[in-house]
Design a protein around this ligand. Sequence first.
Ligand code: PA5
Length: 426
Amino acid sequence: MSYLNVKIDLTKKFIKSNLKDYQGRVNEVHDMIHNKSGAGSDFLGWVTLPTDIQSEMVRIQAAANKILQQSETLVVIGIGGSYLGAQAALDYLVNKEDQKMEVIFAGHQMSSGYLNRLVKYLENRDFSINVISKSGTTTEPAIAFRILKELIYQKYGEEAKNRIFVTTDAKRGALYSASVAEGYERFVIPDDVGGRFSVLSAVGLLPLAAAGYNIKEMVKGAEHAMVKYHQTDIEENEAYKYALVRYLLYKEGFKVETLAFYEYELFYLGEWWKQLYGESEGKGGKGLFPASINLTTDLHSMGQYMQDGPRFLIETVLSVNKVSKDIKIPFFENDNDNLNYLAGAKVSYVNKQAQKGTIEAHYAGGVPIMEIEIPELTEYSFGYLVYFFEKACAMSAYLLEVNPFDQPGVELYKSNMFRLLGKPTK
Ligand code: PA5
């Protein structure tokens, strides 16, 4: 039994080909990843990141301890891959009740109302900032940083310098230059690790360590997944099995993959996953559209469509075997709400039955269903799962014959926006 299981029985009747016939192609893509011979091969640093990051762990933890000592709140400024991983982990781990400090995100959108509220809130909080941008030039975090920098200097004077932590490129970009000029402590996003593959670098690890989580366990989980998913056999390598099945379903005409979860704590993992797959695969007119459904909530909004709408949907259920906190349904003598038939039952039990019932119903409605089973929501499992999805993503994109590591389509909105804003061209 593996630490993480991928169940594919409920996809089989939708796929005409035999999975085993693709073992040769999977072997080829595996070699492309490990020999760095595919498109975008300059961005394969995440493959060995769980071991490569070890040398940085002491400094990351020391900075985290300093942040924790001097502040009540850490503001993490970043967008896309520069914030989603940390946000996903904070939610994923919330029931452990280990969080020692408040973490607030900024620069992940440009709502002026949000920034206004944040500035007012921070006026009365002791805070530090971790600003994260690989390029160092992204508009949303740059604006948020400028606004919060004004506040932090007004509040702490020159001491503010000790409260600003920068995570960026090793030697390029406006953020890099500013951090050198002003003497902020700096962490590097390796050149060969793209934003959406960077959560296990200082990008995710510094905010998570500051929040009080055990980043060593997280990296250990990823390291174990790295070893496990180094093999090519699709029966043994669940990441490759998942990648291959979603690719074959795509070839059968399925166009949307919904990541479905029944634990509310997985909401932002869904957002992180959407970025990983959407930005890595949606190119050249190809790629499954990654969506997510938060269940059972969305059964009361999207359930009808899932059951009965056009049949181009795949459902991938992310299933947690053991919840960390449970609660029993009480017995009421009068039973006015007719719920005594569930008295004494745990809510997690009811949730599991909802999951089983929904899987049966959606499958009967013509939706191919995969299940990814993880034992529990811990730092270790988060690291393991992140690596699983990253490895699967590289395999899946290369099967589709797209470069997983670029995002050329994101540039057009930026150049339009800069033109409209009158940004000077250098
Ligand atoms: O995956 C990516 O590369 C992007 O989504 C980036 O993470 C995002 O655009 C933020 O970029 P940066 O870290 O350069 O500010």
